[in-house]
Design a protein. Structure first.
Lengths: 170, 381
């Protein structure tokens, strides 16, 4: 304490001590109430909002990734479905074509058959006609020939003789 | 202690600063002692006497610059008189410091409203009944101690005015910042706000949170106030002209007040665990008579260390700067300025750093002491 009393530098001045205590306490209360409280609060709030924003961004990113992968899945599924639909369609088409072909073939065959029958019928009819014609014609011809032949009595006699000869042979 | 992780990086830097500062300080202190010894022992020799007187003048000038004053001196004869307020045994006495001239040798009795006073080295005393042999109204006893009584001096001295200026600056700046936080809620900081926000965050994230953990919030106002108060006053003390230059944070009364605030805060907030450490330490019972006094002394050494650390660092810086400038007058050559001024510049720049570091150390140690007081019981070690 003697050392303290000796040097004016290290002996606290009561007046200044009182002034500084009062001033510092007033300063402390004013600053805490009007400065530090709002500042610390604002800083905390801003930090919280930044953290929130960051975590939200992270979440949005995750959500986005999820959506993208979901989209991809959907796309893949859609592609598969499309492929299967196309395949099915092709099959159906082929079947239809084949069916049509078969039908056409069988129909054609039937038509041909019918045509053949018709043709045969027609042929037969024509033949019959021709036969009739030929027979009537030949009869006419034979009549005419016969008339010509048998205008001469001798010839009629010769023929009868010939025919009789033949009968005898049998 | 779990402090190491904070200090590890800064420790070396700090230690080297201290080494430089204290070695230089002790050097200048030694030379001062030497000078005063010279004057004491050899006042008779004429040429020695002259040199010694000059040296003594220089150390007086330096001490005068560091000490408090009743007026704010600018240059030459120009100074602002400051109000003197004295609580005398006859009641309150107030007057402007220049009302009774500048005689501070104690040779003139001044009469203020019936109260007799004498101004001796810038302080007011009640005059002795008779004039001493050296013409002053100041008398000493055989041990060299002052016999004169002294009124309680609560004047608005230079330091008080500087204190009020710094308080007003802090209020304007930080309430302004608080308003801009309210106005620009949730937006990026701007202007002064963006300059000081990192510092506020530094106090919060590097001082309060590591020391006080989740309980830091309640102590933030105190830590922020003390940090900015000490820092601003350190910086204002470095400015050589008005409104700076008052060496407020290098005044032991102020550092004592600050340390006392921390002491009160630790004592008031001390929990069972803290007091348990003091009165029932974890040692065999027969060591109690030794340990308990040590622990009790430890309660007081912490704030005292705070007080002396800040006072010594800031005062040392001022003495250094003033001593280096005084070299020009001691060596009586203007060319010394070529060496002295770069040195002063160098020391001033260091002082800028020291001003910040000391504010930081004062705050972090306050936080540490508070954290020791509020620490919950941890595993026995």
């Amino acid at each position: 304490m003697i050392l303290l009393a000796l040097n004016p530098l290290v002996s606290p001045d009561p007046g200044l001590f009182i002034w500084s205590t009062v001033t510092f306490l007033i300063l402390f209360f004013l600053l805490s109430k009007f400065a530090w409280k709002p500042i610390v609060k604002a800083l905390d709030e801003r930090e919280r909002s930044i953290e929130d924003a960051l975590s939200k961004a992270e979440m949005a990113k995750a959500e986005m990734a999820k959506l993208i992968s979901e989209n991809e899945d959907l796309l893949k599924e859609a592609r598969l479905e499309r492929d299967s639909i196309l395949k099915e369609a092709k099959e159906i088409k082929d079947q239809i074509v084949n069916d049509a072909k078969d039908l056409a073939k069988s129909e054609g065959a039937k038509l041909i058959e019918k045509a053949k029958i018709e043709i045969t019928n027609q042929k037969l009819a024509a033949m019959a006609e021709i036969k009739n014609q030929v027979s009537s014609l030949s009869i006419e011809i034979a009549e005419k020939v016969l008339r010509k032949q048998f205008e001469d009595q001798g010839k009629q006699q010769a023929l009868v003789n010939d025919l009789l000869k033949e009968v005898k042979l049998n | 202690m779990d402090l190491s992780h904070i200090f590890n990086s800064k420790k070396i830097l700090r230690v080297s600063f201290y080494a430089v500062l204290f070695s230089l300080l002790s050097f200048s202190a030694n030379s001062q002692e030497h000078a005063t010894a010279d004057t004491a022992h050899e006042p008779a020799t004429a040429e020695h006497g002259e040199v010694a007187e000059k040296d003594e003048d220089i150390s007086k000038v330096i001490l005068h610059h560091i000490a408090d004053s009743h007026e704010w001196h600018f240059f030459g004869n120009i100074s602002i008189p400051l109000p003197v307020i004295l609580l005398t045994d006859k009641g309150l006495v107030t007057f402007l410091s220049n009302k009774f001239g500048h005689n501070d040798h104690g040779t003139e009795i001044i009469d203020v409203a019936g109260t007799q006073l004498v101004n001796y080295h810038g302080k007011f005393y009640y005059p002795s009944k008779v004039k001493s042999a050296d013409g002053t109204y100041i008398s000493y006893d055989a041990k060299g101690e002052l016999l004169n009584g002294k009124p309680l001096d609560v004047s608005m001295t230079k330091n008080v005015v500087s204190l009020l200026i710094s308080a007003i600056v802090l209020l304007i700046v930080f309430i302004g910042i608080a308003n801009s936080y309210k106005k620009r809620e949730g937006k990026a900081p701007k202007g002064l706000q963006s300059i000081l926000e990192p510092v506020i965050l530094f106090v919060r994230d590097d001082i309060a949170k590591p020391q006080l953990g989740h309980k830091y919030k309640g102590f933030m106002p105190y830590l922020l106030t003390i940090f900015f108060f000490v820092w601003l006053n350190n910086l204002m003390g470095l400015v050589p002209f008005f409104p700076g230059g008052a060496n407020l944070s290098g005044n032991i009364a102020v550092t004592m007040m600050l340390a006392l605030c921390t002491f009160v805060l630790t004592t008031v907030n001390g929990n069972k665990n803290y007091w348990g450490h003091v009165f029932t330490p974890h040692v065999p019972w027969w060591l109690y008579p030794l340990i308990i006094p040590v622990e009790i002394i430890g309660l007081f050494t912490k704030p005292i260390a705070l007080m002396i650390r800040l006072f010594a660092n800031i005062t040392a810086g001022h003495i250094l700067v003033l001593s280096l400038i005084s070299l020009i007058f001691i060596l009586k050559s203007v060319f010394v300025a070529g060496v002295a001024i770069p040195f002063v510049l160098f020391i001033s720049v260091i002082e800028l750093v020291v001003g910040f570091i000391q504010a930081f150390i004062f705050t972090i140690l306050s936080a540490l002491f508070i954290s020791m007081a509020i620490e919950e019981k941890y595993a026995e070690h």
